[in-house]
Write a protein that binds this ligand. Structure first.
Ligand code: BG6
Length: 564
């Protein structure tokens, strides 16, 4: 075979040489060429080598395409340059049972309707909820999303993706691929559907990195791999992470951005990119070995008041409140539990008796939902009615409260009230949460716009909130009815947002006593009303009724994030 190749090559060369000599003579009319025949042969040799290299490369390219290493779709450049490139596509990964979260996000930070379009045109930022299909295509869940989208027009539906909790890494991958196909942007940003985002600030951060090649921006972390199946972040393939079981550097999953080049890399290599149990770790793994610029952006460190995003974040514990309070007595600080009555809506003492009691430690609580076990630091408390309580409120109950601090700094309070008596009873409840703010005039509460509220300062009359967001210039004491699951308390001066997430607590109480009332409150210094805002997850307007043996659960989650 090799001999045949050499012989035929020599024959070709001899033939070419004779042809060339004749051709050169003809063109120059001279007996000798200005370029020697040998030189010309070198040029031809070169050309032949090039041609064969090109054909080899073409073959390799075809193979690579088959393997999925390179895109099969030619990258269109024509036409796209004429359009202005977008700054970012923000995908909020959501699910079928998450309608409340979406509504809360629409109310809290995501523009809707024409404002969404305006954001796109003026700031080059596209925002969409990202969702797949149900396993049983066309069922109610898909129909509900289609209907919601007809109204809101703010979804990116991944038709090739089947929704499942464990499929989040694949969904994140598909988001990048789909978003890239739809929009040509500098960055593609993935966010969870339970975070608060300041769009302007996001735009500013991303604009700073437009010229950074292959940027991967997020709250960068590494740390130990969770190898215990009971951990929320359990990684079944923990053994792949070496003896030290430590993650490589990756951006925390709540929010992170990748530049267009990285999104393209993901799109091209989709079939060979490995998905681990969680999307943040998976994305980090895809970039190992690439020349990627990991940008640690502290402002992306959401939901964490422990990991540097807000060093002095805390719930309100005024010095004066602590100094003056002597248990058992209500503290106007922290999170007193108002139970079984809210305010003076009943015959009991103001806010019920639970906040004035010493609760016992519950050493053996009945099991909780696994999502309520994701913190290493927690305490279980138990309140049972005393004889004195039974005299004023003759209902037999057990109130179990788990107070839990998750590893990402979220404070969770999970209440379970069980009727252990023989007759039904009704109760109201509020987590009377005191937040520490820089100055009440710098504070804005979002998520309550357009809602109806009962105004405690006007005989509990019903009004409708008119403003875009709630700001404070005077005393406020209101119960907002049927409020969203998520409410944001913004502190402009501190550039910090408290995020309140609640379940089983349809109402939200907002209270600031203002100057005059503050002076009358013994455990609040005269000026402390300025640093105080209470926003409570509550069930007030419609008390909760429990029949014998029934149990009610209510959850409150508080996190502090930097307002970008
Ligand atoms: O002084 P207390 O009993 O702790 O209550 C403080 C305030 O708590 C709020 O939740 C009520 O809506 C207000 O009416 C009340 O004044």
């Amino acid at each position: 075979m090799a001999a045949f190749f050499v012989a035929s090559r020599l024959w070709q060369e001899a033939e070419t040489r004779i042809y060339l000599v004749k051709e050169l003579d003809r063109r120059t009319g001279q007996g000798e060429s200005a370029i020697s025949v040998d030189d010309t042969l070198k040029v031809i040799e070169c050309r032949l080598v090039f041609l064969s290299k090109i054909s080899m490369l073409q073959k390799e390219l075809d193979e690579a395409k088959k393997e999925g290493f390179v895109s099969k779709i030619p990258i269109e450049t024509k036409g796209k340059d004429e359009k202005k490139k977008l700054l970012a596509v923000v995908g909020i990964l959501t699910g079928f049972g998450r309608r409340h979260n979406r509504d809360a996000i629409r109310k809290a930070w995501m523009p809707t309707g024409t404002t969404l379009k305006k954001l796109e045109v003026e700031k080059g930022i596209i925002i969409r909820f990202v969702i797949g299909r149900s396993s049983n295509h066309g069922n109610n869940s898909d129909g509900d999303i289609s209907n919601e989208n007809k109204r809101t027009n703010d979804f990116l539906i991944l038709n090739d993706h089947v929704e499942a909790l464990e499929a989040q890494p694949v969904k994140t991958k598909l988001f990048f691929i789909d978003a890239l196909q739809h929009w040509d942007a500098e960055f593609y940003v993935k966010v969870n559907d339970d975070i608060y985002l300041n769009i302007d600030a996001l735009g500013a951060i991303l604009s700073n990195h437009v010229n950074t090649p292959r940027a991967y921006i997020g709250c960068m972390k590494s740390g130990g791999v969770f190898s215990n199946p009971n951990d929320r972040w359990y990684e079944p393939e923990w053994w792949k992470f070496g003896d030290k079981k430590a993650y490589y550097r990756h951006a925390s999953g709540e929010i992170f951005a990748v530049s267009r080049a990285l999104a393209q890399f993901i799109s091209i290599n989709k079939s060979i990119l490995r998905a681990y149990a969680h999307d943040d770790v998976s994305v980090g793994s895809w970039f190992i070995g690439l020349d990627v610029k990991h940008i640690d952006e502290g402002k992306f460190c959401c939901s964490s008041w422990s990991s540097g995003c807000s060093s002095n974040s805390s719930l309100l514990m005024h010095g004066s409140a602590l100094a003056n309070s002597k248990p058992p007595a209500a503290v106007r600080a922290g999170i007193p539990i108002c139970f079984p009555q809210f305010g003076n809506r009943g015959s009991l003492e103001q806010h019920g008796f639970a906040r004035n009691k010493i609760w016992e430690i519950d050493r053996n609580p009945p099991p909780l939902h696994h999502n309520d076990c994701d913190g290493k630091a927690f305490i279980d408390l138990l309140l049972k009615p005393s004889e004195e309580d039974m005299r004023v409120w003759p209902n037999r109950f057990e109130f179990r409260l788990r107070v839990l601090l998750t590893s990402d700094g979220t404070l969770k309070l999970i209440s379970r009230v069980r009727n252990i008596g023989f007759k039904a009873f009704s109760f109201s409840i509020a987590y009377h949460t005191y937040f520490l703010v820089s100055d009440i005039s710098e504070v804005r509460v979002e998520g309550l716009e357009t809602l109806d509220y009962l105004d405690n300062l006007h005989h509990k009359q019903r009004f409708t909130e008119q403003g875009d967001a709630l700001t404070f210039e005077t005393e406020v004491d209101r119960v907002y009815i049927s409020s969203p699951h998520m409410i944001g308390v913004f502190d402009h001066e501190k550039k910090r947002t408290f995020l309140i997430r609640k379940e089983g607590l349809p109402d939200a109480v907002v209270w600031n006593p203002w100057e005059k009332k503050a002076k009358a409150i013994t455990d609040m210094a005269d000026e402390e009303y300025r640093q105080t805002i209470c926003v409570d997850g509550a069930a007030v307007e419609r008390p909760i009724t429990l029949k014998p043996g029934e149990e009610w659960t209510g959850r409150l989650e508080l996190s502090a994030l930097p307002s970008l």
